[in-house]
Design a binder for this molecule. Sequence first.
Ligand code: ATP
Length: 351
Amino acid sequence: MSQTNAIEARHTIKAFGQGDSAHRALDDVSITIRKGEFFTLLGPSGCGKTTLLRLIAGFEMPTAGDILIDGAEVTDLPPNKRPVNTVFQSYALFPHLTVAENVGFALKMLGRPKAEVAEVTARMLALVKLEHLAGRKTAQLSGGQQQRVALARALAPHPKVLLLDEPLSALDLKLRKEMQVELKRLQMETGITFVFVTHDQEEALTMSDRIGVMSAGKLQQVGSPREIYTRPVNRFVASFIGETNFLPAKPVAGGVKLGCGAVVEAEGEGHTLTVRPEQLRLVAANEPGAIAATVENLVYFGTDTHLNLRLSDGEALVARVQSPPTGDAGFAMGQAVGVTFLPGAARLIRD
Ligand code: ATP
């Protein structure tokens, strides 16, 4: 089996505008996407994720840098000469054609034999569970059904890479969740490399093999959902994915010193300590080694209780602890408590 990557972008820059008003939508992005993986580009609006996808598709040319698909340089190739296909947020189906005609369209244009077009179309419709609607005009479909047709149409020519630009954002929450599962299944069954763009961190965490987190035209971190969540490299990644705490911290002999004077263990590099609310443990106020804190507020969420804590130097922490199965939360406002971190949970990060 070939070991080449599905996609490689090397030192890619994309600037829009001229001279002083030029704006770098992509600012020296290098990224490698492996064959057969579900890779998500995640970031807030305007971070450059769509621009990167459009460069891979060939709808835009890079200002500098190279794009490789399947090991071959494609930077100068037009979109139709690249072994990729794109699914957009707006499905752009042909309304006057039936579902089956939409799905078979690309193969027909490629001049494939009728029997092959029919066979692939039937297989794709089965894959997205739309066999029963093959003869219907696409204008007479629901949003979710139209999205499935768009997917089947894009998968029919069996591209090496499928690019998906926020394809689920027009769907309501329930349908979006169903389609997330569906997309993941389609990716696994076809083995095609998916590059998925979203600003929704939960969507990225649940579907992806790996995630590339972007901000301000730069790739901030690439890793598995677990790596990104448990080992964020900087403040942006830590705060964009999930809820977290930040405390100013200084590396000292034997650990990291917080503003309140407590010395704790933390891995990583930088002058900010980050720890997730669910990684805090509340113990007795006088427990040796625990950070002294006061409960300022507590909110009961059923299985969880969220506590707002204040440290002696004025810094705040949020803790999420399991509610006791019976009785009250076990804490009261104004109560003095001790705080410890789960082993390995606290990390130092760069700003
Ligand atoms: P969204 O989630 O809102 O689509 P995005 O992360 O996909 O955001 P891009 O669409 O890649 O962001 O845009 C990145 C930056 O480049 C933005 O500041 C945008 O305004 C700018 N930009 C994108 N396309 C063009 C263009 N054709 N001309 C000028 N500026 C552009």
